[in-house]
Write a protein that binds this ligand. Structure first.
Ligand code: MG
Length: 203
């Protein structure tokens, strides 16, 4: 799998349980941020542990892959503009996220956006199990049913702000259970029938 997105958009705080664990109020509109394209890696690639952080976290997420050029898409039409779904890991330097007050550095390092292993289209994205395993141990376990904004609402919201292009990625937020990873660890994001995205952390 290789994608040629023009941007990577991410939704913060999109699961009820995760908003609770972060001590944050339920947002009234999706909270967006972006990752640089240089963060993109795929299944089997290594996540590099940057020297600037002491607290590297995994965030298992469902990613939307956009099908074609679109703008101002109604949620009822969103399906037509979605190529499919894949697994993503919104890798985050949690200490830098707290320090900076915004998220560009904490979420923007090279290798901080693993996606894959494939794009799946014939699924209902509103009822998918989502899990994260660290060295085989279950760390996150939820369902996209717990999302505050579903994938169609997210496409409507994002496309009301910016034009979306083929292969653009939208990461839809992580459920509760976030935690740290160390160099040498293997992290797996598993989303329903979408598959398992496996990456190892290295210094
Ligand atoms: Mg996230």
């Amino acid at each position: 799998m290789k994608l040629k997105p023009t941007k990577i958009i991410c939704v913060g705080l999109n699961y009820h349980e995760h908003a609770k664990e972060m001590g944050m109020a339920i947002p009234k509109e999706p909270v967006l941020f972006m990752k640089p394209l240089t963060a993109l890696i795929y299944d089997g690639d290594s996540i590099v542990y940057p020297k600037q952080t002491q607290d590297l976290h995994y965030e298992a997420e469902l990613a939307i892959v956009i099908k074609d050029h679109c703008r101002n898409v109604a949620k009822t039409d969103a399906k037509k503009h979605i190529q499919g779904y894949t697994c993503a890991n919104d890798v985050t330097a949690r200490d830098l996220q707290k320090l900076d007050g915004q998220w560009t550095r904490a979420k923007g390092f090279d290798t901080f956006c693993p996606v894959g292993p494939k794009i799946v289209s014939d699924i209902d994205p509103t009822k998918l199990e989502i899990k994260c395993y660290l060295n085989g141990e279950l760390k996150q376990s939820s369902n996209t049913l717990d999302m505050i904004f579903d994938v169609y609402e997210i496409v409507e919201f994002v496309s009301s702000i910016m034009t979306l292009e083929k292969d653009d990625l939208i990461l839809t937020g992580t459920p509760s259970g976030i935690g740290s990873m160390q160099a040498g660890d293997e992290v797996v994001v598993e989303v329903g029938r979408v598959g398992r995205l496996r990456n190892r952390i290295r210094k």
